[in-house]
Design a binder for this molecule. Structure first.
Ligand SMILES: [Zn+2]
Length: 115
């Protein structure tokens, strides 16, 4: 080997994976940190796992949750409005079934007395 040309070589360099497993491999770097290795990669494990080092999944679920909350709020409002409309229609039908507008007025008066 030619002198002062090659980088320092570490015959037992430490490779540390995000899953916790370490390997000893010859390298020019003393220590290397990796996100995936043969111990945890889905190709070798057969299980799907998301390595989320940038917290992208967490951020997405938070954002999706917020959107869902807004949507349910709107849905609740619409449902309430529909229920109120149905109630009003039912009352109108009831009053029309009882008779004319005069009897309706009597019914209202009776209701106010009862309260
Ligand atoms: Zn690993």
């Amino acid at each position: 080997m030619k002198e002062k040309v090659h980088p320092a070589y570490f015959p037992e360099a430490k490779i540390v994976c995000a899953c916790g497993k370490t390997y000893l491999i010859g390298s020019t770097e003393k220590e290397i940190h990796v996100e995936l290795c043969s111990n945890c990669h889905p190709f070798f494990t057969g299980k799907q796992r998301i390595v989320d080092s940038a917290r992208r999944v967490e951020k997405f679920t938070a954002r999706a949750g917020r959107k869902a909350a807004v949507a349910t709020g709107r849905k609740v409002k619409v449902a309430k409005r529909a229920a109120r409309k149905a109630e009003k229609l039912a009352k109108e039908k009831e009053e029309s079934a009882k008779g004319g507008s005069a009897s309706g007025g009597e019914a209202k008066a009776a209701k106010t007395e009862s309260k």
